[in-house]
Design a protein around this ligand. Structure first.
Ligand code: NAD
Length: 336
């Protein structure tokens, strides 16, 4: 599906973090809709290395790119030599910057700031030199303890959310200059959908509950789950936002959500209905009270006005579109 009239064929497109969840979906979006586009995926891929929270340092996985026919570069966005080579050997038309430490529970502040903040500015400088429009991933985690989900009301409560606020601040600083390019930051809310599985424990609760239900387990919800509400957004709507962000009415920072908060209980109910399995539900005490977001809901007015973004998928529609893949993953990756 084409979301606007830009012809990306013959264009050179850099996708950082292209072996991850959102980046790989973007790579396939171009491959399927603009087969003559020159798509370059840059990702450091995964190794065995972990952070102190026990999770992998990076989640990029070759399986997200099975069938991809563009260029794949394994490299680290913190590597200045690599960035210099990219700057000299390519002429990008668009940069989709998705690479980041995406795990919100990582506590290594040094690596988080270096990777998420400093490398972004380096890539932005390449975008400006190449006259490439920059579209980068910010996050709803920037809102943290805020109860207003509009740009300008950020209140991050972890270093991940802070790093994304710093990216947005860099953007604001550059937008004051007279630039030839557009820069759009997209504050994704809770994204779910195809190719998130290799994020392991940091994948959405949609796929995690889906696999628990298929295993015959009773999904465990926090007490009061019907009142824990989040804005869950399906991957196809995130792709739509990225494509529309290539031609914004106005550069800036925009929310990407459905605009409707839904509960974790809703997720379980929809999954059990779509899977035609009823394992009931179990309620457990919430150990995170005090450090847990109980409500997020994107205000998408300015995204609608300035990007022409309009979500197509309700939570029901998104889970329906995703369910066959949840079952396939269960058969191929989980069951054994
Ligand atoms: N998925 C969500 O719900 C969500 C919500 C808000 C924001 N975001 C942001 O969207 C972007 C994409 O997230 P995702 O869900 O696809 O996560 P992901 O972890 O699947 O993708 C990030 C990719 O970046 C790569 N990467 C990490 N460090 C790197 C480095 N130093 N050099 C090169 N590559 C590196 C990883 O290998 C991974 O493939 C991230 O910036 C993330 O912070 C995601």
């Amino acid at each position: 599906m084409k979301y606007n009239d830009i012809n990306f064929n013959e264009k050179t497109i850099l996708i950082t973090g292209g072996a991850g969840f959102i980046g790989s979906n973007l790579a396939f979006y171009f491959q399927e809709n603009y087969p003559e586009a020159n798509v370059i995926v840059l990702d450091c891929f995964r190794s065995e290395e972990t952070f102190s929270n026990g999770n992998l340092k990076s989640f990029g996985h070759f399986k997200n790119l099975l069938g991809f026919s563009g260029t794949v570069i394994s490299g680290n966005i913190n590597d200045k030599e690599l960035l210099k080579n990219l700057e000299e050997n390519y002429k990008f038309d668009y940069i989709f910057h998705q690479a980041a430490i995406s795990d919100t529970t990582v506590s290594e502040q040094d690596m988080m700031i270096k990777t998420n903040v400093n490398a972004y500015e380096d890539l932005l400088k390449i975008a400006i030199k190449h006259k490439a429009n920059m579209i980068y991933a910010s996050s709803a985690a920037t809102y943290g303890d805020s109860d207003v989900f509009e740009v300008g009301y950020e209140k991050p409560n972890n270093v991940y959310g802070f790093s994304k606020v710093m990216m947005d601040n860099i953007t604001k600083k550059y937008l004051k200059k007279d630039l030839d390019i557009s820069i759009v930051g997209l504050k994704y809310f809770n994204v779910y959908g195809q190719r998130e599985f290799y994020k392991n424990k940091t994948a959405s609760m949609v796929v995690q509950f889906g696999h628990q239900i298929l295993k015959g387990l009773t999904p465990k919800l926090f007490e009061g789950s019907d009142k824990i509400l989040r804005d869950f957004i399906y991957i196809q709507d995130v792709i739509q936002a990225n494509i529309k962000a290539c031609k914004p009415k106005k550069s800036g920072i925009y929310n990407v959500g459905t605009g409707k908060a839904r509960s974790f209980e809703d997720i379980v109910n929809i999954l059990q209905k779509e899977l035609n399995i009823d394992n009931g539900k179990e309620y457990i005490k919430n150990p995170y009270i005090g450090q847990y977001q109980f409500f997020t809901q994107a205000n998408i007015k300015s995204s609608e006005e300035n990007l022409g973004y309009k979500p197509n998928y309700s939570l029901e529609d998104g889970i329906k579109a995703y369910i066959e893949d949840i079952k396939r993953l269960y058969e191929e990756e989980v069951k054994w």
